[in-house]
Write a protein that binds this ligand. Structure first.
Ligand code: ADP
Ligand code: MG
Length: 318
């Protein structure tokens, strides 16, 4: 199967242009064309995944397709951007049709689910590597940055944390238990909080997606905003499955392991009262932004070499 036949068969079906507000020319020409609606900012980022580094060698292609787009879309969620389109640079060792079919199916499901159309790409031969550039749109000047947190703001997170990190311990399990399956699902099939991100646009002063671990990622907000924070350990949300699987260690996973792709945001306390109930239900207040720099857990400074850098222990064992 040649390069162009491969693109036509597996990737053209993901280029449903009616799904985009702004793409006027998709794959097939030398470039794609995106016409940015007046009054909108284009918000874009690129993510590269290398086999054996960012995902295990021999990883299921349908999971890979979903995961690659979900992880990239999570960055749009963190900015409060509406997903629009993406390009895919795919480097493959060989044109394995069964692999391509499954990969394109996972990618296509994610694209459909997140509202992203494929606008173009590049296909080359080499060690399995994917680069995805995602374009989102947001009302001019309204994207949520990392730099806007202020002393007194509440720190909130969505969902529960730590499941995907714990899942790494069960990737090779032959017959995983129900709880193990539940955390594995969080790893294989992450759900970027796109709607939540958009809803936070008018509420949050700063936001980030939790890809490397809560403490590590919150630190990025603190540094960009030139503030500090105190986190109440008891309020950090942990799933029942994780609590049962890891007991006392569950909190370590919630604070330090990555890959959950939940959102962490800061919201002025006065604004919290007016947050709609439907939104509040998706968020947990875990702490407060403070003027003094540094990150504290229950009032005790997190020193480097302990919690804040602990996430290295949970880095993918592949
Ligand atoms: P060029 O040689 O002009 O750079 P290519 O041969 O790389 O063009 O690509 C031809 C067309 O196919 C382009 O429109 C490109 O966007 C599209 N394309 C190539 N690879 C992919 C892919 N993996 N997914 C979607 N579109 C692709
Ligand atoms: Mg060309």
């Amino acid at each position: 199967m040649g390069e162009f036949e491969l693109i036509r068969q597996y990737f053209m079906p993901l280029a449903r242009l009616h799904g985009s507000r702004s793409v006027v020319l998709g794959p097939g020409d030398d470039c794609a064309i995106q016409s940015i609606p007046p009054g909108s900012d284009l918000v874009f980022s690129i993510d590269t995944l290398v086999e054996g580094v960012h995902f295990p060698a021999g990883y299921r292609p349908d999971y890979l397709g979903w995961r690659a787009l979900a992880v990239a879309a999570s960055d749009l969620a963190a900015m409060g951007a509406e997903p629009d389109c993406f390009t895919l640079a795919l480097t493959l060792p060989e044109a394995d049709e069964a692999w391509l079919r499954d990969f394109a199916r996972g990618l296509g499901r994610a694209a459909e689910s997140f509202g992203l159309v494929l606008a173009g790409g590049d296909t080359t031969r080499g060690p399995l590597t994917l680069s995805l550039q995602l374009h989102g749109l947001v009302e001019q000047g309204r994207a949520i940055r990392r730099s806007g947190a202020c002393a007194g703001d509440l720190i909130v997170v969505s969902g529960t944390l730590g499941d995907a990190g714990a899942a790494l311990d069960y990737l090779d399990a032959c017959s995983p238990s129900e709880d193990e399956q539940s955390v594995l699902k969080r790893y294989h099939c992450p759900q970027p909080r796109l709607k939540l991100g958009m809803a936070l646009r008018s509420l949050a002063t700063a936001a980030i997606d939790v890809s490397d671990g809560l403490l590590a990622d919150l630190n990025h907000i603190l540094e960009a905003s030139n503030v500090g924070a105190n986190i109440d350990r008891a309020h950090v949300p942990v799933s029942q499955a994780l609590a049962r699987l890891k007991g006392d260690a569950a909190m370590d996973y919630a604070l330090n392991s990555g890959d959950d792709y939940e959102l962490c945001a800061t919201i002025p306390e006065a604004r919290w009262a007016s947050v709609p109930k439907s939104l509040k239900q998706q968020l947990t207040v875990i702490g407060v932004i403070e003027p003094a720099s540094g990150l504290r857990l229950d009032g005790t400074a997190v020193v480097s070499g302990s919690e804040a850098t602990g996430f290295d222990h949970f880095r993918r064992k592949i």
